[in-house]
Design a protein around this ligand. Structure first.
Ligand SMILES: [Mn+2]
Length: 348
């Protein structure tokens, strides 16, 4: 059809070869997996079973925390095993989906080399595997997997179509953020196959009380400086809340950058959003975090963490302040004296 499909056909031929001796595949999503990583992983599971007769286990590190993602697993009957229950070293073949080796956002031990890497984040120098299919120009990894399934003529069952559709939709904000032609094609072809009732329930799930508590805290503590808003969420049970609040805050009028910080276990979790389509948020967050943690992302969205092991609460407070100041500098505000509290800033 066009170049994407040629690439897909080539990747599929390659996949068959590299899995030739594979008896059982381990498919690893990224830590605290999002819908894109989950859907991509289960699509690969479906594909290798349907086409090559290979059974696989889908696994992830961290937690599935967001209510939407939990509803997705429940309604679409997706089974994923926490990585701590998986004897990783017994698998001779491992596939990474929506992540790459040594990024710090997956639970593949550093000494293990994956057989397959399928991702849409920028290709990293460290990424080595018999099959590497990395397409940064794609808005979602679910799009790559949709092309795989279509290219090899695999029937896409309703729950899988629903998962893939929701993945592309949520990752690209219904094609509005960092989506390309391939994403549009996949989105449109999956829509008729998806279960709309399930989609609606996944998009608007019941939310736990703790969600509203965190929201309240975030807004009360949020502050602005010119086109930047920053929120410090405090300790959260669900690390992706940092991304969720950043998505909300970046919608504020006159704001082009949002940074959210949250504490989860020993980590300080960071999330950045921007309305600037060419901003390279992934580079900004890597410079922000430096060698003290791991980070990555796309143009308009990025995430990362810093290791806070052994730090006192006061030291964590200082680390957060340091991150906020450095962030303001990175986005062009070097001489900030004070930020204004968001909620006192309400005159229109
Ligand atoms: Mn993704």
């Amino acid at each position: 059809m066009d170049s994407d499909y040629t690439e897909t056909a080539r990747a599929l031929g390659h996949l068959k070869r590299v899995l030739k001796t594979c008896r059982r595949l381990l498919i690893l999503a990224h830590d605290n997996p999002d819908p894109d990583s989950i859907a991509g992983a289960v699509a690969l599971k479906h594909l290798v079973w349907e086409r090559f007769g290979i059974r696989s286990t889908v696994s992830y590190g961290g937690i599935v925390g967001r209510a939407e993602n939990r509803a997705m697993l429940r309604l679409l009957r997706i089974k994923m095993s926490p990585v701590h229950r998986i004897p990783l070293r017994r698998y001779r073949h491992i596939a990474l989906v929506d992540t790459q080796p040594k990024t710090g956002n997956n639970s593949l031990p550093l000494e293990l080399e994956p057989t397959v890497v399928i991702d849409h984040h920028p290709l990293r120098r460290d990424t080595k595997a018999p099959l590497v299919d990395v397409r940064p120009e794609y808005g979602a990894v679910a799009t790559i997997l949709t092309e795989y399934l279509q290219e090899c003529g695999c029937k896409i069952p309703t729950p899988l179509a629903t998962a893939l559709f929701y993945a592309i939709s949520s990752e690209t904000q219904a094609l509005g953020r960092e989506a390309g032609e391939a994403d549009t094609r996949a989105y449109l072809s999956l829509f008729p196959l998806a279960n709309k009732k399930h989609l609606a329930r996944i998009q608007r799930p019941s939310l736990p009380k703790s969600y509203f508590n965190v929201l309240d805290r975030s807004l009360l503590g949020a502050a602005t400086y010119k086109n930047v808003v920053v929120a410090r969420l405090g300790t959260v049970k669900v690390p992706e809340l940092a991304a969720e609040v950043a998505d909300l805050l970046v919608r504020m009028e006159r704001i082009t950058w949002a940074l959210c910080l949250a504490r989860h276990g020993d980590r300080l979790v960071l999330s950045i959003r921007t309305t600037n389509v060419k901003a390279k948020a992934g580079r900004v967050i890597q410079r922000l975090v430096g060698r003290r943690g791991r980070a990555g992302g796309h143009n308009m969205m990025a995430g990362g963490w810093l290791d806070g092991t052994g730090l006192s609460e006061a030291q964590k407070d200082r680390l957060e302040e340091e991150m906020v100041n450095k962030f303001l500098g990175l986005v062009g505000h070097r001489e900030v004296s004070v930020m204004r509290p968001l909620l006192e800033d309400a005159e229109v």
